[in-house]
Design a protein around this ligand. Structure first.
Ligand SMILES: [Zn+2]
Length: 121
């Protein structure tokens, strides 16, 4: 790729990143529980009706691992936010890859030009 092509790709990525909606890191897990209450439906030997679902969001932020309970009414929205975060991370990784490529290309081009100039002298 030429520097121009790389820059065009970077600009496209930046636009895509800018369009990403609300985001937050984490993965949501769904659980069903059995309680300790005697005779509760969750312990029914035939058709146990477990409690839940309960949603837990686990994530790492600034080096700290956290787990947070999420109410069911927000589970869809939190799922959406964590999908957006994954996309954000993917796009920024692609951006970084292109920036490295561009930086190397600029240095190589500059050095080749200088070497050619020095040979003329
Ligand atoms: Zn129960």
């Amino acid at each position: 790729m030429t520097q121009r092509q790389i820059e065009e790709k970077i600009n496209k990525l930046k636009r895509k990143i800018f369009e990403i909606g609300p985001l937050r890191p984490g993965s949501l897990s769904k659980q069903y529980n059995i309680c300790g209450a005697p005779g509760c439906a969750c312990k029914d030997p035939e058709k146990p009706k477990k409690h839940g679902p309960y949603f837990n969001l686990s994530y790492v932020h600034q080096g700290k691992k956290k787990t947070q309970f999420i109410r069911q009414n927000f589970s869809k929205e939190i799922e959406r936010q964590s999908k957006n975060f994954k996309r954000f991370k993917e796009l920024t990784q692609m951006w970084i890859t292109l920036e490295i490529e561009k930086s190397n290309l600029i240095m190589t081009t500059e050095n080749t030009r200088r070497d050619a100039e020095n040979r003329k002298k």
